[in-house]
Design a protein around this ligand. Structure first.
Ligand SMILES: [Zn+2]
Length: 442
């Protein structure tokens, strides 16, 4: 088996986020490859504005040394493109040495109450998605940033100024700044536009990958239609430079316009196709089998599935609009999973037949057969028979499926669970997930 997904991810990691500081134009500097996210420095006459603060103290301190080489003016204003994701706030303390104002947008929708009750599982799933506990070779990258950047100590600082308007225009020590609410990846997302420089900082509503319209680590529904709208709103500003929260800068008006338009159109295509199919009674499973991104989008380098995938997006849209029920009354009830698995195995002629079929499937070494093997192992595990063999074979199947993924998130998740099943790794935890955003604001 050639692991094409893995190879693609390795290739992208070589070019997708080269570490360095780019002088975008006079007074605007783009920091990329310092940790998993980016930050943007705008130097004014008296002081500087910083957009986002990287994901941790180590990388932020390193970047701050470079800031001091560029200018000795103090950073008096910091803007978070989204306060609720620690990978953009984790380095705040390293930059906040001159008592800056810190701006964030009050989320349009707060987290559900009691979200902190699922903090532990969110931390475990977050760790799996980002590959914590895997080797550097296993991680490769996080899809939109370099590997191993999530172990840094965090120093999030709270906002000192909460914005609630759709559009806020500010004069920050002479730097004209427009902050626009852009509900997409998160409900508190904004983009920041600097008209003097025609620079637009888009946070996580654009980066060079199929977007993470659904995060497999688990989160509330991300409003896909809002995401499309946010991208269209960016187009109105007709920026010359587009600086994303992850991955490289997009430079040139024509290129920015084309990129944002394609990104919005591709997401909207999947959204509308999914809704259309739902409306005639199709299930998420049927839609996943049916909907393919048209070639005009599928060929674009910035729409490859390094981070999110079209399949998970379709499932998320289905659940977001219609909920978990697929419309089939069989699924309104259930039979106890252990009983169901035992009956299924008996009908299959016994557990040894199932194990033989798993062996055969794995030997065939194709994506479908590995999936089939994993599904059969789940029946054994539900039945609690041949548990040792089932874990071993499931781990083997997941490892192969993981290496077939282009999505770093998918790869990490498969590989982490495979290692867990083999007893090689305990579930790691990653702080920062599953916390109540509304609480943080207080
Ligand atoms: Zn991010």
């Amino acid at each position: 088996m050639e692991f094409l997904g893995e190879q693609k991810l390795i290739e992208q990691a070589k070019v997708g986020f080269p570490k360095g500081i780019t002088k975008i134009c006079d007074n605007v500097y783009f920091f990329l490859g310092y940790g998993g996210s980016t930050c943007i420095l705008v130097v004014g006459d008296k002081s500087c504005v910083l957009v986002d603060t990287l994901n941790g103290m180590g990388v932020a301190q390193e970047a701050m040394v470079e800031v001091r080489k560029i200018t000795d003016k103090p950073i008096k204003n910091i803007i978070y493109t989204h306060y609720t994701h620690f990978d953009h706030t984790g380095g705040a303390a390293a930059f906040a040495v001159d008592d800056p104002e810190i701006y964030g947008h009050q989320p349009a929708f707060s987290q559900y109450a009691h979200t902190e009750m699922i903090k532990e599982i969110c931390q475990v799933r977050g760790a799996r998605q980002f590959g914590r506990g895997l080797t550097p070779e296993e991680i490769i990258s996080v899809g939109v940033g370099p590997r191993n950047n999530n172990v840094d100590k965090q120093s999030n600082l709270k906002c000192t100024k909460w914005l609630t308007e759709e559009v806020t225009e500010l004069d920050l020590d002479g730097i004209a700044t427009v902050i626009v609410a852009a509900h997409g990846e998160t409900d508190d997302q904004v983009f920041v536009y600097f008209p003097q420089y025609e620079v637009l900082c888009c946070g996580d509503n654009f980066y060079e990958s199929w977007p993470n319209l659904y995060a497999i680590r688990g989160s509330q529904y991300r409003d896909v239609s809002g995401w499309v709208q946010a991208l269209r709103m960016m187009l109105v500003y007709d920026a010359k430079y587009l600086l994303p929260g992850h991955t490289r800068a997009i430079i040139g008006k024509e290129k920015v316009r084309e990129t944002l338009s394609n990104y919005a159109d591709a997401i909207e295509y999947v959204l509308l196709k999914t809704l259309e199919g739902m409306n005639v009674g199709k299930t998420a499973q049927e839609l996943v089998e049916e909907i393919v991104l048209p070639e005009q989008y599928a060929k674009l380098p910035y729409l490859q599935e390094y981070y999110g995938t079209v399949e998970w997006s379709i499932r998320a849209i289905f659940a977001g609009y219609l909920g978990w029920y697929d419309g089939n009354p069989t699924h309104l009830g259930h039979i106890d999973s252990n009983k169901k698995a035992l009956k299924t195995i008996a009908m299959m002629g016994g557990a040894e037949n199932v194990v033989a079929e798993v062996n055969k499937a794995i030997a065939m070494d194709t994506k479908d057969e590995y999936q089939w093997a994993a599904e059969l192992c789940d029946i054994l595990l539900d039945a609690q028979v041949e548990v040792v063999a089932a874990k071993k074979f499931k781990a083997e199947a997941l490892y192969a499926l993981g290496r077939m993924q282009t999505s770093a998130n998918g790869r990490h998740y498969y590989l982490a669970v495979a290692k867990f099943l083999k007893g090689e790794m305990q579930p790691a935890k990653m702080p920062g997930f599953g916390e109540d955003a509304a609480k943080k604001i207080g």
